[in-house]
Design a binder for this molecule. Structure first.
Ligand SMILES: Cc1ncc(COP(=O)(O)O)c(C=O)c1O
Length: 422
């Protein structure tokens, strides 16, 4: 039964049937949420040992540094080695930050605005018509940073292999285009991982700006939902080969390994850009929280320890993604009105509807007690030109809530699609 092939009478009776279902939900006074891309409490419980193990004074000394005191501003050597092993980046090129990689991203762009980067002819603030590429659908907080810094946000289509590189390669020839946001693995929200070809093209493409910057936000580097997750090429290896090392700033954190807001973040870049970052960050802070680094080292230990921890997350998360995807398939499969992603990792499912249906679906779901990420949020300036994309976050609800929320969502989708067709 494809909605687009149904006649007016058939659509009207389908609408009546769905409206009855919808009205029943309205009466239930539900309060459900598919908007929060964060771990549920059972996932947070997995990391309680990080807090529960007392430390003796002697145990606070790591690599010769007393973690209770100032010093060692770029992170404990053991912590830098930990991330080096995890992400395949030389530890000398890593700065361990505080509890948020997003803050490191904001800081990187702020410093480029004020002082410039290793290859900058001038600080970015002096480029009046500065522009930034925003693969969309993408992460709203990324877009917000470059919007606040006065960049014109240029949308680039996301494809199953990453940003549309034909578009990117053309746009970057403009010297006013200073950079691009990338979530290369289990992208927020589409869940896709950049293909080898996309990575290579990002490393080798010609750019108009000598200081063109790729913000490589590897937030979901180890966040598989299934065995045999996706593989991502090592962008620094490619960049070194291409002679474009200064182009890449890489970020990651333990936010969704241990505690969001209570984890450890990193910034990695070329030797020249790391030196520059250190020069300015050392004015900003005497150092980040080494005690939290120590707690993380004791709890996670090494890449093997991270694997064990991520398998525990996977066991809790995979069920939720299955419930969401099964419900979408059960209720929307074959209707010709919806396409959604089947991520092998990360925190989101991206749902595409007929043009002009996302806002209406959001409103219908909201009135029936299901909060969704606002329609448009995944696009620059919060404007989805086709009003068709919704970001679904199944992780934070209980499995019981999720089943109901997903069912309400699919009723809302079908009603919005029929309204459009009628
Ligand atoms: C792509 C992406 N980057 C960064 C973050 C935030 O990371 P952090 O907690 O390290 O600031 C998120 C959180 O949802 C995210 O989805």
């Amino acid at each position: 039964m494809v909605y687009g092939e149904m006649n007016r009478d058939e659509l009207t009776s389908e609408k009546k049937r769905l409206s009855e279902q919808y009205d029943a939900y309205l009466g239930e006074g539900l309060k459900l949420d598919l908007s929060r891309g964060k771990p549920a409490a059972d996932q947070l419980d997995l990391s309680m040992d990080l807090l529960n193990r007392p430390l003796s004074p002697a145990e606070c000394v790591v690599d010769g540094f007393d973690c209770r005191n100032y010093g060692c501003p770029w992170g404990l050597p053991s912590m830098r080695r930990f991330f080096s092993e995890l992400l395949g980046i030389p530890s000398e090129q890593i700065i361990v930050g505080g509890n948020s990689s997003l803050a490191l991203m904001y800081g990187t762009i702020s410093r480029a605005m004020l002082f410039g980067l290793a290859d900058s002819p001038a600080p970015w603030a002096s480029v009046e018509k500065r522009k930034w590429l925003c693969p969309a659908p993408g992460y709203d907080r990324h877009f917000a940073i470059t919007e606040k810094m006065g960049f014109e946000l240029i949308p680039v289509d996301m494809t199953p292999t990453g940003p549309d590189m034909d578009q990117v390669e053309k746009l970057v020839l403009d010297p006013c285009v200073k950079g691009i946001w990338c979530v290369p693995k289990y992208s927020n929200p589409t869940g896709i991982t950049y293909s080898d070809d996309t990575c290579r093209r990002l490393a080798t493409m010609k750019t108009g700006a000598p200081d063109f910057t790729v913000m490589w936000d590897n937030a979901y580097a180890v966040h598989d939902l299934a065995d045999g997750g996706d593989d991502l090429l090592n962008i620094f290896d490619l960049a070194v080969q291409a002679g474009t090392e200064n182009r890449f700033f890489c970020f990651s954190s333990t936010s969704k390994i241990t505690f969001p807001g209570g984890g450890v973040s990193i910034l990695a870049a070329s030797p020249a850009n790391i030196e520059l970052a250190k020069k300015y960050i050392s004015v900003e802070t005497i150092g980040f929280d080494k005690l939290n680094q120590l707690r993380h080292l004791r709890f996670l230990k090494d890449a093997e320890g991270v694997k064990v921890q991520m398998n525990r997350h996977k066991a809790l998360l995979a069920r939720k993604f299955r419930i969401l995807e099964d419900t979408l398939e059960r209720d929307l499969g074959g209707l010709g009105i919806a396409e959604w992603t089947h991520p092998k990792g990360g925190y989101f499912v991206s749902l595409d509807l007929p043009d002009g249906c996302a806002k209406r679906t959001y409103e219908l779901a909201k009135a029936a007690g299901v909060t969704l990420t606002p329609a448009g949020a995944t696009f620059p300036y919060g404007r989805d030109p086709r009003d068709r994309n919704l970001r679904l976050a199944p992780t934070c609800s209980s499995t019981a809530e999720l089943g109901i929320a997903a069912s309400i969502l699919t009723v809302a989708v079908r009603l919005a699609a029929i309204e459009k067709l009628l």
